[in-house]
Design a protein around this ligand. Structure first.
Ligand SMILES: *Cc1c(COP(=O)(O)O)cnc(C)c1O
Length: 472
């Protein structure tokens, strides 16, 4: 047999139809099962098998999937999932993934429809964030890579020779709040500056970067012969959802001649809500921006996005001229610039289809309502915490993340209780540290989470608390 296609498609076709039915059955009845359950050791061990020398029927493989993989998934589509900051996906997103896989386009470049779909998505993203319509961008795995690309573009804008000669003793330094996501120091590390070159500035009581301390640090660095090049503002910190004063940061960056980057991994999509847009004022002045469609945008993983105001600078940081990737005036090698000119990836999947289909299907207004609804559910949780003397809120709630303590329990017991709660299958919040204390962290990102889900989570949490108090 030469190729890998079946001789007769009919059996695979009916299996495919059954798979689709099972997927939608699962989505329709999501809330009935547990959020998450630990994988039994025997099933875990079954994934240590030797490489199969001969193949297995697709029916059998699907049986294994249904029995050993699907029941032990991450749980983020379930309404009770409120840990970390994760999107829930949508039925239309599932179909988009299927359609994209059917085409199997390579979106590194060339002249085909997928490229136009991605360009459309980038223009829509610019519109959502009020960036110029000729801003450039590309879809990437996530904000970790989007932030990294932004650091690269920002630094090369400052020192173009660095692309060829390396960082050496460039002395380039950047600034972000101490609460900035861990991928930002990592981006500075990956870029060769070293993570210490990202100066972490203390925050105020609302968890926002302190502008006075920022200004002081910039002038100290200049006095010490360093070259400040970049300021990062966060629109929605990962621990408690705080939003830096982006307008003030934009003005400061402009005065100092610094690149202004916004890490809006989840929070930037709050621009879709007329009610929350003003909290993000200044985002439209960003030189570059990272945003994830796979978090609050509910697009299936993975779907991150980097935006750069000046398309020319974006391309300067990544574009190459290579004989085997020659651009043509027509034919399949036409349609420059290619998306491989805007990031480190050459081969790229058709991520744009699921973003395009999600925004097309729901429309920006409905997406904005979904985001407002998540904030309303978070406000309800915050109110229940504030009204209950057994609980204690540990951070302001700017958007959709509520961090709270459990009175009477040690940090250790709070950590154990959250693991119990996750293993109960009722709800899955996560934890973080706020001002040194272990906090239960409920990030309401999931479009399926309601006030009823919050009640079930808190009832289970408070019942567990009683148990911890009763057994010293
Ligand atoms: C999630 C997150 C990131 C990292 O994004 P990934 O898509 O997980 O790579 C960066 N910054 C913030 C504020 C985040 O919430």
């Amino acid at each position: 047999m030469a190729g890998l296609d079946p001789e007769d498609f009919s059996a695979l076709r009916s299996l495919g139809h059954r798979m689709l039915d099972d997927i939608f059955d699962r989505l329709e009845h999501l809330g009935e099962g547990p959020v998450w359950r630990p994988m039994p050791p025997a099933i875990r061990a079954s994934f240590q098998a030797d490489l199969p020398r001969t193949g297995t029927d697709a029916e059998n493989i699907y049986t294994v999937f249904q029995r050993d993989i699907a029941p032990y998934s991450n749980g983020n589509p379930h309404p009770g999932f409120m840990g970390w900051v994760q999107g829930a996906g949508t039925p239309i997103g599932v179909l988009a993934e299927l359609l994209a896989a059917g085409l199997n386009d390579n979106c590194g470049g060339r002249d085909h429809a997928a490229i136009e779909v991605e360009r459309q998505v980038i223009r829509w993203t610019a519109e959502i964030m009020s960036l110029p319509t000729d801003a450039s961008g590309c879809l990437v795995t996530g904000s970790s890579l989007a932030n990294f690309i932004s650091v690269i573009v920002a630094s090369r804008h400052h020192a173009m020779t660095y692309r060829h000669e390396g960082v050496g003793a460039s002395g380039l330094v950047g600034y972000a709040a101490r609460t900035a996501h861990g991928c930002l120091p990592r981006a500075f590390d990956l870029a060769g500056f070293g993570s210490d070159s990202l100066r972490l500035i203390d925050v105020d009581a609302d968890h926002r970067i302190r502008l006075d301390l920022l200004a002081r640090r910039v002038s100290e660095d200049r006095a010490a012969g360093k070259t400040p090049f970049m300021i990062v503002g966060t629109a929605g910190t990962v621990d408690c959802g705080a939003i830096d004063d982006l307008a003030a940061l934009a003005s400061f960056a402009a005065d100092e001649g610094l690149w202004f980057h916004v890490d809006g991994a989840f929070g930037a999509l709050a621009c879709l809500s007329p009610r929350y847009r003003s909290l993000l004022n200044g985002i439209e002045r960003a030189d570059s921006l990272a945003v994830d469609f796979h978090k609050w945008g509910q697009v299936p993983y993975d779907a991150g996005c980097v935006m750069v105001r000046d398309a020319r600078l974006h391309a300067q940081a990544f574009a190459q001229t290579l004989h085997y990737l020659q651009r043509a005036d027509r034919g399949l090698a036409g349609n420059a610039p290619w998306f491989c000119d805007f990031g480190p990836d050459l081969s790229r999947g058709f991520r744009a289809l699921k973003v395009w289909m999600t925004l097309s299907h729901y429309g920006a207004d409905r997406m904005g309502e979904m985001i407002e609804n998540a904030c309303a559910v978070a406000a309800y949780l915050a109110q229940r915490v504030d009204d209950d003397e057994r609980l204690e809120r540990l951070a302001p709630v700017a958007l959709n993340i509520v961090c709270f303590g459990i009175r009477g329990l040690s940090d250790h017991d709070v950590g154990e209780l959250v693991k119990d709660l996750q293993e109960s299958g009722i709800a899955a919040p996560s934890t973080t540290r706020i001002s040194g204390r272990l906090a239960v962290r409920a990030a309401i990102v999931n479009h399926r989470t309601t006030c009823g889900t919050i009640d079930r989570m808190l009832d289970a949490l408070l019942a567990l608390r009683e148990r911890y108090l009763a057994t010293p």
